[in-house]
Design a protein around this ligand. Structure first.
Ligand SMILES: Cc1cc2nc3c(=O)[nH]c(=O)nc-3n(C[C@H](O)[C@H](O)[C@H](O)COP(=O)(O)O)c2cc1C
Ligand code: SF4
Length: 391
């Protein structure tokens, strides 16, 4: 047994974490029409068996209009009953399980959803395939209610934690952005007003669940877009979230599924595979704008660390470092620098047993090569294309 910081326990809200490794949300792509499948349960039990202290069920929408597309879970009471099987299975493997909840906003595919979506300010959206109208104040009240209801359902389903999606250009993240949010009411204008919707959501989720589960947020440090949400906004916003006191931790991310997705992945751009995974019309469009949308960023180990350090020195609340963590020494050094947790996406897609291997000292780094060929598989069952046992 390794005597490393990463294998020391931690209290997070009401939770006792056995180590510091969290499986970051990676959309599983096995929820046909939003139903919980055996494949979804298997996906998470495998991660749980592999040693991570907590796995995250990716992107559960808080309402039908907030889905990414029609094969997305809506965290309603029916789904809560179905998800109980998943949370029981993860717990049986000795791990905890978190539900990521969100509203996709401008990233929602409204054709697939057959339901309109919402934006801070009216604008065209490629994923929505058309114009998305600015949400009214009443619609935003309903969004806050929906987050509360989804949080209650997550508790009912047996989740240990709730991660509010405040990143990647989804609805709450789009409200933070000075580029996307041109409102002049209480939800738009300066940094504080643009943070209002996310703060109301965090408050509602906490008031709904009390101290029964941990509540965290996946939070954008930098949209990776000129004129977007960046440190001058994101640091004060994080301070506001900290002083509100509703969140147990922040998971630090960046980028935008709407405007700059590769900023939060880093690595190769598998454009040909992505085009092949799309309906013909979308594929044709991607041939034209694909290289512009999927800008290329070289992979670097712990690529968000320079940004995340700004947050570590500005905040006292627990922080999760995310982004390109593939090595045991990276995780260990992150803890030595004061981050409480590390979150890993692709490293655990490549090898869900990696944390056990770290603990048993049979590996010091993962085998992910950042080819990003797992990304197009989100439409057919997310997996690492290099894993021989998965078809
Ligand atoms: C296939 C795939 C699907 C993803 N789906 C989600 C998602 O549903 N929600 C989310 O917040 N992030 C999602 N991400 C982003 C990851 O959570 C993480 O932010 C990103 O991959 C960087 O971490 P990593 O370098 O450890 O993979 C996804 C990543 C991958 C590779
Ligand atoms: S397909 Fe596998 S090796 Fe390639 S980026 Fe995804 S997890 Fe890593």
């Amino acid at each position: 047994m390794a005597s490393k910081l990463v294998f020391t326990p931690l209290r997070l809200g009401p939770l006792s974490l056995k180590n510091r490794f969290i499986k970051a949300a990676t959309f599983e792509g096995v929820m046909p029409r939003g139903q919980v499948s055996d494949a979804l349960i298997d996906f998470h039990t495998e991660v749980a068996r592999g040693g991570a202290t907590m796995t995250t069920v990716a992107y559960c929408a808080v309402s039908p209009g907030g889905r990414v597309h029609r094969d997305t879970i809506v965290l309603d009471s029916d789904r809560a009953a179905q998800l109980r099987r998943l949370t029981d299975a993860v717990h049986a493997e000795g791990a905890l399980v978190c539900a990521q909840i969100g509203h996709a906003g401008l990233v929602a595919n409204t054709l697939s959803n057959r339901t309109p979506t919402l934006a801070p300010s009216t604008r065209l959206s490629a994923p929505a395939m058309g114009l998305v109208r600015a949400a009214t104040a009443e619609q935003l009240d309903a969004v806050v209610d929906d987050f509360g209801a989804a949080a209650a359902n997550a508790v009912e389903a047996g989740f240990d934690a709730i991660e509010i999606h405040m990143g990647h250009g989804y609805l709450l993240s789009s409200f933070f952005s000075p580029k996307l949010n041109k409102r002049t009411d209480r939800y738009g204008g300066d940094t504080v007003r643009r943070a209002e919707l996310a703060r109301r959501v965090a408050e509602r989720v906490r008031l709904t669940v009390g101290q029964s589960v941990a509540v965290t947020a996946k939070f954008n440090m930098d949209d990776g877009v000129p004129g977007g949400f960046w440190l001058t906004d994101s640091l004060p916003t994080a301070r506001l979230l900290q002083s509100d006191g509703h969140l147990d931790a922040l998971q630090l991310t960046g980028g935008s599924s709407l405007q700059n997705p590769m900023y939060y992945f880093r690595g190769d751009v598998p454009l040909a595979e992505f085009i092949a995974s799309q309906p013909r019309a979308v594929g044709l469009g991607l041939r034209v704008i694909g290289r512009r949308l999927f800008r290329s960023y070289p992979f670097a180990e712990a690529f968000f660390l320079p940004l995340a350090r700004q947050f570590r020195s500005a905040l006292s609340m627990p922080l999760m470092l995310l982004g390109g963590i593939n090595r045991l020494d990276t995780a260990e050094n992150a803890l030595a620098e004061g981050f409480e947790l590390v979150a890993m996406g692709r490293a655990l897609l490549r090898d869900p047993n990696l944390v056990n291997n770290f603990r048993e000292e049979t590996a010091t780094e993962g085998l992910c090569i950042h080819c990003m060929k797992c990304m197009p598989t989100v439409y057919s069952g997310t997996h690492c294309v290099l894993r021989p046992t998965v078809v």
